[in-house]
Design a protein around this ligand. Structure first.
Ligand SMILES: Cc1cc2nc3c(=O)[nH]c(=O)nc-3n(C[C@H](O)[C@H](O)[C@H](O)COP(=O)(O)OP(=O)(O)OC[C@H]3O[C@@H](n4cnc5c(N)ncnc54)[C@H](O)[C@@H]3O)c2cc1C
Length: 489
């Protein structure tokens, strides 16, 4: 198929390809339009905008950061139905952004990018899609997110199960759970949200837990009509709430204050106390410190264990038979449905695609020790390639972090135009120095060294997902470009 050039008609004639129409892609597109760039395409493999919130539709799916902050500063919404917005509400918010800011015409859905290849001779990128079509662009902004590959467990017999199996990240709404006998494998973020929902309809649920997690209570009472009217009438109320949340998260996200951690842990223990059965309570109590893994929130998870139809199983799974699940103690539980709540392949970043940079280097080789970037946004040897929600940027409200990253990308674009530069590439030394410092800071976060934070680490063991400082610190560091850190051509 012929190459499909993005029209070169607008400001500075920079052709921009954004991969992904989740919050990152939408924010980038909106800010590009604000700044007068309209020569861009958003390539999205899914059927609509919203990213995480378009794909994750399991019952009970909702935000664990208050929505007043898990929303963009340029589109503050005064009337979330409750402090922590639900997936349908967040998806509707994202769809509204797409429509309201004129981004839908820039989106191409069902467009899965499989490879991204730099052409040194003309200083541009060629993106190839799964259907063989190509797009060329001067600038690529990757907004593919962190949670896009579903992690499937390798359990003997899983393929031979005769009932229905699905992953929580791809919920099977055609499969009615009423009266079913269900095995849920995994007890982290998704399970904590959907288990209290499915126990209401299923006959029996067996929850197979490998690691107990801290599940914190949250203030999440639905807003009254009077409160919503007040928020709508006076936007300063929601803005003040936003500032308060940001300040609280900034304090907590570094996990640096033992007294704060102790308070959280005490609240977590108190929440478990609602479980009546002492043995179940004991099994639900984490053996790692609060903060070692991403803290979870739910007011409904622990109370669900007081229902007669929810069993917590901590014996390891030995294998799956066509009829059920056998644990290491040889007990077999007959089930007709298996729901895998086993998370995502989170640490791959752009190496999930075939990305080829300068001198024909593949990103998988450049990142043989795990994903690595400068400020989480650029990576050496891959010019004019910018990542949103890239390596070591996970912490706090991701939407807030994305806004800072988008401003940084815009500053690079401005520089390319102002200084008539074709490409910009972070210097290996600058990237190495930055990562050395970040890894030292990560080593200083005591709770992250307690050996339980699976998805934070690359296969080599390096923590490649986490940002160890506050969101404000990220904003400060990304606010200006240090020209000495980049090679240009
Ligand atoms: C269940 C769940 C709950 C979460 N809750 C919170 C929360 O409460 N607070 C918080 O801060 N964060 C939360 N997160 C993290 C969440 O992913 C981010 O907040 C946010 O969605 C990141 O936006 P994004 O655009 O970078 O990535 P995503 O939302 O993941 O969007 C990426 C998009 O890129 C597309 N894409 C990927 N690969 C390709 C390709 N090869 N070609 C074309 N398109 C591609 C995907 O289809 C997707 O639409 C949660 C994540 C999950 C999974």
């Amino acid at each position: 198929m012929a190459a499909d050039d993005v029209n070169a008609t607008n400001r500075g004639s920079k052709r921009i390809a954004i991969i992904g129409a989740g919050p990152g892609g939408l924010c980038m597109g909106k800010r590009l339009l604000d700044e007068g760039y309209d020569d861009f395409v958003i390539l999205e493999r899914g059927d609509g905008v919203g990213g995480t919130w378009n794909f994750n539709r399991y019952p009970g799916c909702e935000c664990d950061i208050p929505s007043a902050l898990y929303s963009f500063s340029f589109a503050v919404k005064p009337d979330w139905s409750k402090p922590y917005g639900t997936q349908p509400e967040i998806l509707a918010y994202m769809q509204d952004l797409g429509e309201r800011f004129g981004l839908m015409n820039h989106c191409r859905f069902g467009a899965t990018v499989t490879s991204v290849v730099w052409d040194e001779s003309v200083a541009d990128w060629t993106l190839t899609l799964a259907d063989g079509a190509t797009v060329t662009a001067d600038i690529v902004v990757s907004a593919i997110g962190m949670f896009n590959g579903l992690a499937w467990p390798s359990i003997d017999g899983l393929d031979e199960f005769a009932g229905t199996t699905f992953h929580s990240g791809h919920w099977n709404w055609d499969h009615d759970l009423i009266g079913r006998s269900v095995a849920v494998i995994g007890s982290a973020a998704s399970a904590v949200q959907f288990v209290p929902e499915i126990v209401e309809v299923a006959g029996q649920v067996h929850l197979f837990q490998r690691t107990a997690n801290w599940v914190m209570p949250k203030p999440d009472t639905e807003y009254t009509d009077e409160q919503l009217d007040a928020f709508r009438a006076d936007p300063s109320l929601i803005l003040a709430f936003r500032t308060e949340i940001e300040s609280n998260i900034n304090k907590g996200m570094t996990f640096a204050f033992p007294e704060v951690l102790a308070t959280y842990e005490a609240a977590g223990r108190a929440a478990i106390d609602v479980v009546a059965d002492p043995e179940t309570r004991r099994k639900l109590l984490p053996d790692h410190p609060f903060g070692c893994k991403r803290p979870l929130t739910s007011n409904r998870y622990y109370p669900a264990f007081n229902r007669p139809n929810l069993e917590l199983v901590t014996e390891p799974i030995a294998r799956i038979t066509p009829q059920g699940v056998i644990t290491a103690d040889r007990a077999e539980r007959a089930v007709d449905t298996i729901i895998l709540a086993t998370g995502y392949t989170a640490s791959r970043y752009l190496s999930a695609l075939d990305v080829v940079g300068r001198d024909g280097v593949h990103i998988t080789d450049a990142w043989h020790d795990g994903a690595e970037a400068y400020l989480g946004i650029t990576t050496a040897g891959f010019p004019n390639l910018f990542m949103l929600y890239g390596p070591n940027t996970n912490n706090g409200s991701i939407l807030t972090m994305i806004e800072y990253q988008v401003e940084h990308v815009l500053a690079h674009l401005q520089r390319l135009i102002d200084e008539d530069i074709s490409w910009v590439d972070v210097k290996p030394d600058a990237m190495r120095g930055f990562n050395h410092e970040i890894q030292e800071a990560i080593a200083g976060v005591v709770v992250w060294q307690a050996g339980c934070n699976g998805y934070y680490r690359s296969p080599s063991g390096r923590i490649v997902t986490q940002w160890p400082y506050s969101m404000t610190e990220f904003q400060r560091r990304t606010a200006v470009i240090d020209p000495a850190a980049y090679e240009v051509g």
